[in-house]
Design a protein around this ligand. Structure first.
Ligand SMILES: *Cc1c(COP(=O)(O)O)cnc(C)c1O
Length: 359
């Protein structure tokens, strides 16, 4: 028996979502964010599909991720959003780093000079996220003045991924635009200004600028539960195998600490998936699976390798059959709400350790 999660990745759906982004952004270039192994979907395959479908660039968090994409044959510009530590790797793999710190920018410049090269970079300004980014126009000008660096992009990041505070998003965009205008005034503005994450792609048209930079929506999920419409298709379906079926009597406790007591004669399916596989323990007594098309609520605590569900309503089920964890009506949002988290964590968590197969 195979343990853990099997994730089916629908690359056609991913491409469909890329096209939906393009349509929403009126044909602007899309920098497709494929960090964290494409949000758990498998960066090589997903990024390959995005490249083929005409994404203008890919974005990863670390040099090692960019290097892996190059090794799998991808030719697109690859923006490295965070990692500035492996300067040699940036050159060796032809990656485009984000400058968010003057000291490392100077190191990029020195290395480029040593190699007799010019390194393309995107310059990041902090407009209110308080994480990474240069602090203002003076630092931007200093970074842009470094020899052997060519600023091809200017970017910033919204602190609201879910539009809880539209006013603050507007403030961030205003701060960004004032830097952009100042650079334009000097004839120094990089050609590609970009800021829009998924939330901004869908609902904040003014922030689209020269390119958009979504992640989550490419995987078929919006960052807010309701409000905006977008014709997205989920990309991941996750399943696990049923180890054994058991008949439990009414009044029997199930799993650790007896947090669930059966209220009827129950067919329990013991599924070979647990929190060690990235299935959130917070779904204990709250989540559900789908077995043969029928809902199978989780009974009791999720264990390290096993989860017990109520399969009484599932017709014709047998040991070795598959239980659907995500898909067939179970959305990343449903799981996230039940587990008290966000769909980003659900997708990266499930996909991170899964055996993935592309459809
Ligand atoms: C992850 C990330 C994105 C994508 O955000 P989504 O909310 O997934 O669309 C964009 N830009 C940066 C800098 C990021 O880290």
């Amino acid at each position: 028996m195979l343990r853990g999660i099997k994730a089916e990745i629908d690359l056609d759906a991913a491409v469909h979502n890329l096209n939906a982004v393009r349509e929403t952004a009126n044909g602007l270039p899309v920098i497709a964010v494929v960090k964290a192994d494409a949000y758990g979907h498998g960066a090589a395959e997903v990024a390959g599909a995005f490249e083929k479908a005409g994404a203008s660039a890919l974005a990863v968090a670390f040099v090692s991720e960019g290097a892996a994409l190059r090794e799998s044959g991808l030719k697109s510009p690859i923006v490295v959003l965070f990692d500035t530590s492996d300067i040699g790797g940036l050159f060796d793999f032809g990656l485009t780093p984000v400058v968010h710190d003057l000291k490392t920018a100077a190191a990029f410049s020195a290395e480029a000079r040593k190699r007799g090269k010019v390194l393309d970079v995107h310059i990041k300004v902090d407009t209110g996220m308080g994480r990474l980014g240069l602090s203002g126009i003076n630092d931007v000008l200093e970074a842009m003045g470094l020899p052997n660096l060519r600023a091809v992009g200017l970017m910033s990041h919204f602190s609201d991924a879910d539009l809880t505070d539209m006013e603050f998003m507007k403030l961030q965009l205003d701060r960004f635009n004032s830097i952009r205008e100042a650079l334009k005034g000097k004839g120094l503005c990089p050609p590609l200004c970009h800021m829009a994450n998924s939330a901004a792609v869908v609902t904040f048209r003014d922030s689209h600028l020269d390119a958009v930079r979504p992640g989550l929506m490419l995987y078929g999920c919006l960052p807010f539960k309701e409000g905006a419409e977008a014709a997205l298709r989920p990309v991941m379906r996750a399943k696990a195998e049923i180890l054994v079926l058991r008949k439990l009597k009414k009044g029997q406790p199930v799993s650790y600490a007896r947090t669930f007591i059966t209220t009827r004669e129950t067919v329990a399916a013991v599924v070979a998936v647990g929190y060690a596989d990235g299935y959130p323990r917070a779904l204990s007594n709250r989540g559900r699976m789908i077995i043969n098309g029928s809902p199978a609520p989780i009974m009791g605590r999720i264990c390290m390798d096993l989860t017990v569900v109520d399969a009484t309503d599932a017709v014709g089920v047998d040991a070795g059959d598959e239980a659907v964890l995500l898909g067939e009506g179970i959305t990343a949002w449903e799981m996230a709400e039940a587990a008290g988290t966000i769909p980003y964590e659900i997708l990266t968590g499930l996909g991170g350790k899964a055996r993935r197969v592309c459809a």
